[in-house]
Design a protein around this ligand. Structure first.
Ligand code: SF4
Ligand code: MG
Length: 310
């Protein structure tokens, strides 16, 4: 039971002046300890919203329903005092941007001290230095005394990873850890995650639009579109032979592939299309696709939300 987080029919909407923005639509999935599950999809597909909802980190105008079970407790409905005990300690977040996630006014030592609990068995200083060494800081004492502006982008990424793993959480939710980084930095992040995967038994929920990264590290892939899972299955299978028309289009649109974009735009989350959410952009659509929402069909070892696989 402790080995996974089970998400059942999670629905997240935001109340805005323009109307109700339906960001995540009755989404069910699970992720396990010791595995990397990657959620991929375009901006606005609901990846980050789902991830942040699990730690109750969404803004006040959000309406969340459904269940996300961790040790028989629903993370979505826990009291603030209870989720605070889990956040960071049991389920940690690696946030998107090190420049906005690290406090520019505090030395690294102080920022890491803040995340370490008092009941840590090792003396805290040793724990911090050991954690920094794990992320290839050869001179952890000097790094601990530094302010974020004295560190490179890659170093800051490693600090964020160290801050997440130092309390030995069971799960980590990583929100677009390679977003906006140049090629070199991206490769550094790939290595950091590879190392975390090797050294720990943490379960990762990796939120990314970086398919090279997902392909490199994820065991399992979930493809999101308009807040729904369109396809899920083992990473290698999905990359070698994508089934869903959206997965095919999304993989083809990547810079390392043909860069052929999917025609059209993602739908308005206020006025979602009838039937299949992808039908306005789908080259294979039939009349049924505009009338009925396809369920997730089981095809071999994967699930596909498309009538072509009925
Ligand atoms: Fe395309 Fe229809 Fe499949 Fe949707 S259900 S992806 S519109 S073929
Ligand atoms: Mg996002």
């Amino acid at each position: 039971m402790n080995n996974r987080i089970d998400v059942n029919h999670v629905h997240v909407a935001f109340q805005t002046k323009e109307g109700l923005v339906k960001a995540v639509n009755h989404l069910s999935m699970s992720f396990e300890k010791g595995k990397v599950t990657a959620m991929i999809g375009e901006t606005g597909s609901g990846k980050s919203v789902l991830g942040l909802s699990l730690l109750q980190l969404l803004p006040d105008n959000s309406l969340v329903s459904g269940e996300a079970f961790y040790e028989n407790q629903n993370l979505l409905t826990m009291k603030a005092s209870e989720i605070r005990k889990i956040r960071g300690r049991k389920i940690a977040l690696i946030p998107q941007n090190p420049d906005t996630s690290l406090n520019p006014l505090l030395k690294i030592k102080r920022q890491l001290l803040e995340v370490v609990t008092g009941n840590h068995r090792q003396p805290i200083k040793t724990a911090i230095f050991n954690e920094l060494k794990r992320y290839h800081f050869t001179d952890p004492e000097r790094v601990a005394e530094a302010y974020p502006f004295q560190l490179s982008g890659g170093m800051k990424q490693r600090i964020l990873a160290a801050a997440a793993t130092i309390r030995q959480p069971e799960f980590i939710i990583a929100d677009e850890p390679t977003k906006g980084l140049d090629v070199l930095l991206r490769h550094e992040v790939y290595q950091i995650f590879q190392q975390m995967k090797q050294d720990t038994h943490i379960g990762f929920l990796l939120i990314t639009h970086d398919l090279i990264f997902a392909n490199h590290i994820a065991d399992h892939l979930l493809v999101l579109y308009a807040g729904e899972i369109m396809e899920s299955g083992p990473t290698q299978d999905l990359f070698t032979e994508p089934s869903h028309p959206y997965t095919k289009g999304f993989i083809e649109a990547q810079p390392y592939k043909s860069l052929t974009p999917i025609p059209g735009m993602p739908p308005s989350l206020i006025h979602l299309p009838t039937g299949c959410a992808f039908h306005p952009r789908c080259p294979y659509k039939k009349t049924l696709c505009q009338q009925e929402k396809p369920p997730l069909f089981s095809v071999n070892n994967r699930k596909v939300r498309c009538f072509l696989y009925a």
